[in-house]
Design a protein around this ligand. Structure first.
Ligand code: COA
Length: 331
């Protein structure tokens, strides 16, 4: 029987250029030792000036389609979760739709910052249920374009990348078996880019004041992240009637290894079941969870029947979780 919605194929893409902690030592007053102990990050990928979100999103999408065995013209919908679109409009999803030649697909962008991929999964899941049989969800951010590389408190954290998943019907009992998304807009000021929108359009003054860059209250966001990872995970596990001990892989948003460890300790998840790659990518915003999932898949670490818990959090403030039972593909 076919009635649930699952991930049929995954893909990822990162730019060629690597920015190491040693490179950052030459740019701001920081050290490899500080960055490693406070964040776990050793390097991140940074897009060259000619690379935009649609370029990385397109590469990840091609890979996901190939892995799913789905042709672009079979897609019914493309969702690009991004806060760094190529331009205010058209949607980056439309630019990718054109490059894929996915003529039959509707396309729109979704702005939920680092929670974007989980939001995209949830919207995609409900759209498949509503009859859109093949939905491509892309999480992509060229977040380096919003980073002030003279601000040591933010520039060490982020990197660019894209990840994608093709969603479709799977056998009953597989796929996304429980999920939630949430927001608390009262925390909007804790992580934001003040200028560049309709409140404060880009102009000489905003450039001079560096208001078009990410501003963040690091320790507040840290506390929010640990709390929300635990609360959201527990709610989704409860919805599914499953215990944390049943989870094969815990794949949280990759922002800081200390956030991941603190949350995992509270949830009582052993280290071997937690997927961490923040050391190699930094925080790639909406791309971090699908990049991690793609790596797990490529390494042959996702077995049919495995329970995979995905948890995202980010600006908004937003969060979301999805518990996925791997497999159940309909051949
Ligand atoms: N190198 C060296 N020193 C740095 C630094 C850097 N790159 N960045 C900040 N510091 C300094 C600070 O200026 C501060 O110095 P002071 O005590 O003289 O004022 C000191 O290090 C401690 O800063 P603090 O902010 O308390 O450190 P922290 O342990 O909270 O770590 C973060 C800072 C940003 C790594 C951490 O708060 C964090 O990861 N927060 C969450 C961020 C996040 O994930 N955002 C995205 C969410 S999607």
């Amino acid at each position: 029987m076919i009635s649930d919605v699952g991930i049929l194929g995954l893909g990822k893409a990162v730019p060629n250029r690597i920015l190491t902690n040693a490179d950052l030592e030459a740019m701001v007053d920081t050290s490899d030792e500080w960055i490693t102990t406070r964040t776990g990050i050793k390097q991140r990928y940074i897009a060259d000036p000619e690379i935009a979100a649609s370029d990385l999103g397109y590469e990840a999408a091609l890979q996901a389609l190939a892995a799913a065995g789905v042709k672009a013209d079979e897609l019914d919908l493309i969702i690009a979760a991004t806060t760094t679109p190529d331009m205010p409009f058209p949607a980056t999803a439309c630019i990718i739709q054109d490059r894929l030649k996915a003529k039959g697909a509707a396309a729109f962008d979704l702005a939920a910052a680092c929670s974007g991929f989980i939001y995209g999964l949830e919207v995609g899941r409900t759209m498949v249920k509503a009859g859109y049989q093949r939905v491509l969800v892309i999480g992509v951010d060229v977040i380096s374009r919003l980073i002030d590389y003279s601000d040591r408190s933010t520039c060490v954290l982020f990197g660019d990348g894209a990840g994608a998943a093709v969603l479709g019907p799977v056998e009953t009992g597989y796929g996304i078996i429980a999920s939630e998304i949430g927001a608390d807009g009262s925390g909007a000021g804790l992580l934001h880019v003040p200028a560049g929108g309709s409140r404060m359009p880009a102009q000489l003054e905003t450039i001079e004041n560096k208001s078009h860059y990410v501003k963040m209250s690091g320790s507040e966001v840290f506390k929010f992240a640990v709390r929300v990872i635990c609360d959201s995970s527990n709610r989704v596990l409860e919805k599914a009637g499953t215990a944390c001990s049943e989870v094969s892989w815990f794949v949280p948003h990759q922002a800081n290894v200390r956030i991941i460890k603190a949350a995992a300790d509270r949830l009582n998840i052993d280290r071997e079941r937690i997927y961490v790659n923040v050391d190699r990518y930094g925080n790639t915003s909406a791309a971090s969870i699908p990049i991690a999932l793609t790596e797990l898949d490529e390494a042959g670490q996702l077995k049919s029947g495995d329970l995979v818990l995905l948890v995202g959090f980010g600006a908004g403030l937003t969060w979301g979780s999805a518990l996925v039972r791997w497999g159940g593909m309909i051949l």
